[in-house]
Design a protein around this ligand. Structure first.
Ligand code: SAM
Length: 271
């Protein structure tokens, strides 16, 4: 996806390497970044910095919603987003739709600090395509998180307007979506497309930018849409016992994530 661009990480050992029904799954032990999960040659996460993305992808929408009882995660086969949702006692039901059960198995076996997310009794795992799953859901969820890979291979369908229309129909009144929004540096076309779709479909739209050293550009976006609640400031306050478990998210970082460089502001306005 990034011709001419690569990140170099020294690999000490290949822990797992197999082609599933959907993609090549590789898990490496790196010299500096701990274990690293790679799908079709694209870094999904490293133990070094996965907390940045998992925390913000989860806590931005969940703290923006005043009372998130039912939550859906699409993608996220590593379990990291589920781990973060598990910190919210207010959540009563967590549906989870992942297309590739091999990713779940690899994470549970080799990445227990992420795979632990599946241990939560509120989680209902569905194996299948997230787009097919969402088209069957109406008025079902307070928050939907799309922790997808990139718009190639099985993830491609999760970057289309029809999928976002399905997300909107699956929300309860006042519902919120948060999706993997690519990079304002490396994927400006995709950022513009996703922002344009969410602005057209949702009453409130916002785009957050976070630091993730191992993602292309060293950052990634979170594209958000809301049927009511504002997104740029938390609707619920985080209690100290949860805050002490985190490394990235704070109420201040919540607000700061939506402050974008001028070129990105213009990109989103023109989208
Ligand atoms: N955190 C990573 C990132 O931001 O790039 C992605 C996390 S996770 C590894 C991405 C997951 O999306 C993978 O497990 C992949 O199998 C899943 N996925 C891709 N396409 C999908 C689809 N159409 N329906 C459901 N899950 C899908």
């Amino acid at each position: 996806m990034w011709p001419g661009v690569a990140l170099s990480l020294e690999i000490m050992e290949t822990i797992y390497s197999k082609k599933s029904k959907f993609q090549q799954i590789d898990l490496y032990q790196t010299r500096h970044h701990g274990k690293m999960l790679v799908l079709d040659g694209i870094i999904q996460l490293t133990e070094f910095d996965e907390f940045t993305y998992q925390e913000m992808m989860t806590h931005l929408p969940l703290f923006s919603h005043p009372d998130p009882k039912s939550v859906l995660v699409i993608g996220g086969g590593d379990g990291g987003v589920l781990r973060e949702i598990g910190r919210h006692d207010v959540v009563e039901k967590i549906d989870f739709c992942e297309i590739d059960e091999a990713v779940i198995a690899v994470s549970k076996k080799f990445l227990p600090e992420l795979g632990c997310g599946f241990d939560d009794s509120r989680v209902n795992v569905h194996i299948g395509d997230g787009n097919a799953f969402i088209q069957k859901k109406i008025n079902a969820y307070d928050v939907i998180i799309v922790d997808s890979s990139d718009p190639i291979g099985p993830g491609e369908v999760l970057f289309k307007k029809a999928f976002y229309e399905g997300l909107k129909n699956a929300l309860k009144p006042g519902g919120i979506i948060a999706t993997q929004g690519e990079s304002i540096f490396m994927h400006q076309e995709w950022v513009g497309t996703l922002a344009g779709i969410t602005r057209e479909l949702f009453l409130v739209q916002a785009y957050a930018n976070i630091y993730v050293p191992t993602y292309p550009g060293g950052n990634i976006g979170i594209c958000m849409g809301s049927l009511g609640p504002k997104l740029v400031t938390p609707a619920r306050q985080i209690c100290q016992s949860i805050q002490d478990q985190l490394k990235y998210y704070t109420p201040q970082m919540h607000k700061a994530a939506f402050v974008l460089p001028y070129f990105a502001e213009k990109l989103l306005k023109e989208s």
